[in-house]
Design a binder for this molecule. Sequence first.
Ligand SMILES: *[C@@H]1O[C@H](CO)[C@@H](O)[C@H](O)[C@H]1NC(C)=O
Ligand SMILES: *[C@@H]1O[C@H](CO)[C@@H](O)[C@H](O)[C@H]1NC(C)=O
Ligand SMILES: *[C@@H]1O[C@H](CO)[C@@H](O)[C@H](O)[C@H]1NC(C)=O
Ligand SMILES: *[C@@H]1O[C@H](CO)[C@@H](O)[C@H](O)[C@H]1NC(C)=O
Ligand SMILES: *[C@@H]1O[C@H](CO)[C@@H](O)[C@H](O)[C@H]1NC(C)=O
Ligand SMILES: *[C@@H]1O[C@H](CO)[C@@H](O)[C@H](O)[C@H]1NC(C)=O
Ligand SMILES: *[C@@H]1O[C@H](CO)[C@@H](O)[C@H](O)[C@H]1NC(C)=O
Length: 806
Amino acid sequence: MHIQQLVAYWPLLFGLSQAADQHSKFDVLDYIDPLIGTANGGHVFPGASLPYGMAKSVADGNKEIQGGYASNDGQITGFSHMHDSGTGGGASLGNFPLFAQTGCVDDDINRCYFPSTLRASDKINSSVVAKPGYFAIQLNTSVKAEMTVTNHTALYRFSFPTDGTPTKLPADGKTPYSPLILADLADLSGSRTDALISVDAHTGRISGNGTFRPSFGIGNYKSYFCADFHGAKLRDTGIFINNRASNTRKSFRTYDDGQNPILPAGAWAQFHPPANNQILVRVGLSFISTDQACHNAEKEIPNFNFASVRSDAEDAWREKLSVIKVDNTGVSDSLQRTFWSGIYRTLLSPQDYTGENPLWKSNEPYFDSYYCIWDSFRSTHPLLTLVDPHAQALMVRSLIDVYRHEGKLPDCRMSLCKGFTQGGSNADNLLADSYLKGLKDGIDWDTGYKAVVSDAEEEGTIWTVEGRGGLQSWKTLGYIPTDDWDPNGYGLFTRSISRTIEYSYNDFCIAEMARGLGKHGDAEKYLKRSGNWKNMFDPNSRSKLNLTGTQDYNQFTDSGFTGFLQPRYLNGTFGFQEPAICTDLYNFEGCYLNPGGHETYEAGSWLYTFYVPHDQATLITTLGGPDQFVRRLEYMHDTPGLFYIGDEQAYLLLFIFHYAGRPGLSAKYAHKYIPSAFNDTAAGLPGNDDSGAMGSFTALTMLGLYPMSGQDVYIIIPPFFPEVKFTDPRSGKTATIRNINFDASYNNIYIQSAKLNGKPYNKGWVTHSFFLDGGVLELTLGPKENTKFGTAKADFPPSASTNFWN
Ligand SMILES: *[C@@H]1O[C@H](CO)[C@@H](O)[C@H](O)[C@H]1NC(C)=O
Ligand SMILES: *[C@@H]1O[C@H](CO)[C@@H](O)[C@H](O)[C@H]1NC(C)=O
Ligand SMILES: *[C@@H]1O[C@H](CO)[C@@H](O)[C@H](O)[C@H]1NC(C)=O
Ligand SMILES: *[C@@H]1O[C@H](CO)[C@@H](O)[C@H](O)[C@H]1NC(C)=O
Ligand SMILES: *[C@@H]1O[C@H](CO)[C@@H](O)[C@H](O)[C@H]1NC(C)=O
Ligand SMILES: *[C@@H]1O[C@H](CO)[C@@H](O)[C@H](O)[C@H]1NC(C)=O
Ligand SMILES: *[C@@H]1O[C@H](CO)[C@@H](O)[C@H](O)[C@H]1NC(C)=O
């Protein structure tokens, strides 16, 4: 029974009042906690945003500030209007922060606190409120800041104490109540070069521009803002440089002098005490011009109505999330929060910058903050495809437009700049996923196909940020040699194993698109190349594990498993890289994206040896058959330290049991990691959220689905709810997955039998047509693995070697 139906009876049963009844109505926003993932390296942005909104406002801290605010003991340095969520790179954006003070000591403008190091203030933990579309915090100065947003505008409401509490304690002097609000020419990473700020002496409007650097990429970008004040009489205005201020100058320009830290500078407006002790600040944003920033603000928030802006934002979230309905009977609040917050975070980015792209003129949509596709193709975009296929189609169009104007699809992109490629050209997978799932919405698939073929055929000039490197070896040798000779492009010569295995999958995705577009020859060609991963499989390699805690590698214990992906040289000889490297057992940090990195990216070859999403059938044979495959996979999950779930390439390894006829084990391991590694605490993510990658993975798993992104395949396990429903936002058709014998303590997690629209169904997977056409999938559960459901070869999810042409 749905909680929505259940609560209707509560007043009758318990004699509750009408008010209590309304209060207990299910509101999805009650189950969203934006603070999940704001500690422990999750780097989640917990502030106010609309779905895909460009304006993302929050209080910025001074410790682990990738998402602006973090749940730690850092101080608050300002309130800024644009952010990225969950980044593994540096801190993005955070341009032009505001800061509010009750007044200046001795009413001396020079005794207000201007540079961020001086104004940094403690926060009062219990005052933090984070909700979709809203963020509030009180500083230890007693100034309270609340914020909400529209698409390109942030609206702040500062409340000041009336008791003369000074801006900072202890204050050696009196602080007369005369609020001052400054805007700083800075960003979170201190990357500003040339910039301009000015303040209007009559209106107090502060506007400006600046050039900044992206947080995980190359180049720079220009940003513009326009701040207007409301609620108090303007007293004075001016600028500041370092910790000095003046009311005689109304504008200031900075230049690129190569210095870091950058010179603190900005503008301020001071006010007479506001009638209700509140001042509103509306900050319009743009990447085009200051005029456009002001225009965005005036259009989106004409009358400074905080409550109505906030309630519009809440409605926007409720509407987006209404596509999915769950029966929550018996499911803990904690799991429900984990679930809905995961979907919420998935819809934060990519961000809709349509109309704000200064780089080229186009009628196509422009989305930004694909941060990064290596992370997001796996679950973020597949979940968007279910929840908001129109937005996903616009994102695909925007990616194709990047190809049109910059020559390559990005693997990562933020702040209008090219971001770093981590392995293959994974936009190929993203495009194939949407193509195979039938997304149209004006997508020019012919150009989309040209874009992916360009990745496969023409080396990226700077393949650190676009396309692939090593293509000549890829085409002639069929692998990326560890000692590759590649003068055809510029990039980082590491990760030869993980690049080879990712290029294999990229080519498979291209083969599928070619097949769909009737390009038979291309399909054959890329299908063949998709088998290249085997060229780096060294059947004789072994792995020794640090199971005894010794410092001496030679004393490590042989794992008993033989055959891993291994480095391979130009001359065809194999090298050796301990397969357990870059796990907790051995040099965890050795495989990052830097010149010292090894031949696998952010994991060892224990993990990458399983990473063949398109041809598990061949992989299973290669690893010695299904039993040996399952034994190795379980060993990996069950040996403490050998498997890390906190990086996106790991997700696949929970679900490939399906390809060995053991779908029950996929369910078992899903429950092993949710909620133990993904939960509703601030520290409840095992790694960076990476634009909702962790959130979408968690939500999809709880929905009982693992999308084999880049293929029209969803692996199924029992949802974590009695029932889940997806209503296609366009056709209105509903797909229902229902558990029979559901128990909320999750003993019955094994599918005994299934029915699709009333007919027996033994396949461990469904295609996207289930969601497009609607229907009912009924899973009967039990406490033990069963021998019928998904156990026959014909019921396994498809593999390239067995199913490509049928
Ligand atoms: C506030 O909470 C953070 C964790 O979110 C903690 O590190 C810090 O010590 C707390 N501060 C106070 C004053 O309790
Ligand atoms: C606020 O600041 C004062 C003075 O620095 C300090 O004594 C007090 O503990 C702080 N309170 C909080 C909640 O941080
Ligand atoms: C924000 O932009 C989206 C398009 O991305 C649009 O559908 C929506 O109506 C806008 N929201 C508001 C509150 O203007
Ligand atoms: C900022 O504005 C000034 C004055 O209009 C202009 O000279 C400068 O080029 C602008 N900078 C950027 C980054 O747009
Ligand atoms: C083996 O593991 C122990 C902790 O269990 C660690 O202290 C030691 O450094 C590890 N050895 C190597 C060579 O990494
Ligand atoms: C192949 O090249 C590697 C790396 O340069 C070298 O160590 C190895 O000895 C070579 N093998 C043969 C058979 O020449
Ligand atoms: C929540 O997840 C975090 C991060 O993975 C983990 O460290 C923690 O133990 C989990 N907490 C619970 C209660 O499962």
